[in-house]
Structures are given as C-alpha cells and as structure tokens.
Write a protein that binds this ligand. Sequence first.
Ligand code: PEP
Ligand code: MN
Length: 342
Amino acid sequence: MASDAKPSDIQAVVALVESAGGEAFVSRGISRVIIGLVGDVEQFARLNIRGMRGVRDVTRISAGYKLVSREHHPARSAVRVGGVPIGPDTVTLIAGPCAVETPDQTLAAARMAQRAGAVLLRGGAFKPRTSPYAFQGLGERGLRILADVRAETGLPFVTEVLDADQVDMVAQYADMLQVGARNMQNFALLQALGAVGKPVLLKRGLSATIEEWLMAAEYIAQRGNLDVVLCERGIRTFETATRNTLDISAVPVAQSLSHLPVIVDPSHSGGRRDLVLPLSRAAVVAGADGLVVDVHPEPSVALCDGPQALIADDLAVLARDLRDLTGFMGRQLPEPATVPVG
Ligand code: PEP
Ligand code: MN
C-alpha cells in the first residue's frame, strides 16, 4: 500500500480479495503496510487491485517467502525497538547477560553493556537449555527484573519467549521478543508473534538453511508483524573447535534475499570469550546491522554460558572497534532510546 493509504483503503482491498474467495493478510511495519494475498492468482488478476485507492503496487511473488523478500521490497527495512533503530544505516549493539540471575547481576551487566555503547539490553528469563538439569531461568520474576533495570538504565530490552501461550505475558514486559534457535520452526509460536504488537528477534535454527529461516520469518510477517530482525548465531557443522560455526556469508546472503535487518550473535556462535571480538569485527565488516553479545560481571559464577561472556576489558575494546568499523562501513552508532519505555 502507498505510505498515505487510509485504513479504509486497506479494508477495501481485504474485502475485495475475500469476496473473490481469497485470503488477505495485512502486515504492518513502521512505514508501510503490505497485504499478502493467498488464493487463485488468475482470479486476483481480474480484480484490478492495482487501480484501487491507496494501492502502490501489486507484485506476484514466486519465492516461498513473499512479505519478507526483497523481490517484494527492494529497499532494506529498519525495525525500531523502543525507539532504537536496527537497520541499514546503523550498527546496533545489544548486550547483556545470557540469563537473568539476580537484580544486582542484571543491573551490573546492563551498566557494562551501556558503557560499551549498547543501546538495547538482552537477557533470558526463560532459558531453552539443552539439558533439563541446567538452569532454566527465573521466569516471570526475571522479566520483572529486566523491567526494573530498564527503568534504571533507560535500555529497552529483548528477551526470549519459548511458547505460544507465553507470548502475551512476555510482551507485557519486553520491548522485543526473541525466538531462540531451537524454536525457529515452532510454527504456533511464530504465528502468535505475528499478532503481537512488538518487534521480534528471530534466531537462525541450529541446522536451518537460509531459506528455512526466511520462511520462519514469513510466518510472523504473514500473521501481521513485519518488524522482524534476523539473527545469525552459528550453525552446526563437522567442526568441534567452536560451539557452532558462524556462517558469515549468511549476513550478505540473507540481506540480498530479504529486506529484513540481519544481526549477528558472536557469543553463541563461537561459545568462547576469545572469539567474540574477532567474530564481532567480521560481522560488522560483512555488513551486519547489529550485534547481540553476552556480558557478565562475573563470568566464573554465571549460571549460563559464562565461558563466552565478555568482561569489562573486552567491552572497552569492542566499543573502540565498533566506533572505527561503523565509520568504515559508512554507518552510525544509533542514539540511545529517548522515548519513555515500559
Ligand atoms: C540466547 O540468546 O540466550 C540463546 C539461547 O541463543 P540461541 O537460541 O541462539 O542458542
Ligand atoms: Mn546463552
């Protein structure tokens, strides 16, 4: 739809498509509305949708993913999280603890993150652990801690949601909802996120192809939410020296196929503190729209992923490198959130 399309224009398109026996999925982004049509294409061609008020263009798309494709939207999108952009003009640093453990630990990690230039906080309250005996997170209590730390620091936060039934509850606290790698093809969860009015961080599955990852994003977009950010976090290969293999080429490949922003998680990719800085540099120079990095005030006692958490000294180097490399890439570090969060 054109940027000045009125709600009644959108409604008219939906009504016409439905009257012709088709389905119309309205997806809203910051600056545009896209209506995805599902049904008999020949029938749609006879409707003269292109001539309707508020319609900018009608495109027939052959790829399995349509709304998230660049075929549909040549310009790359930016997604805003609590006022902070993640998109083609910026390199956005998201940092925080792997898991929320205590109020003090979360606040300390957030302060460390903020000093390094992070404009968004990460932290897991619901943890998808490989072992059922590992720390599973604080649950809703963890979300309350994150909300308190947001109030204290002004950092909007992203946190993982594990299940479709939890989406509304987590969305009441979080500024952005994360789909973990192990849940990338939890289709009920993806569909529920399509109906939530918050941006989504969609991690690539451990063994998912780029096409499968984009199809997963399409599930969210098709149900009405275009504010999806893709996150490459390493994939499973034959290599055992690192926890996962960072697929650096996934950044430009996904960006060439999809208009959605693509960020990199160097922490879960390598699984080792000493790899986080080199992988971060590689990601930014490969064109990543941001980074999501684990930090911890005391990694040796972390309840989750301590070996990959950055400490203050590493963060100072990361901050310096990000300034340099962001300039080198002709981008900017985004301003911190100024809008009231909560
Ligand atoms: C995380 O970011 O906390 C996490 C569990 O990551 P992933 O889903 O990529 O393993
Ligand atoms: Mn982790």
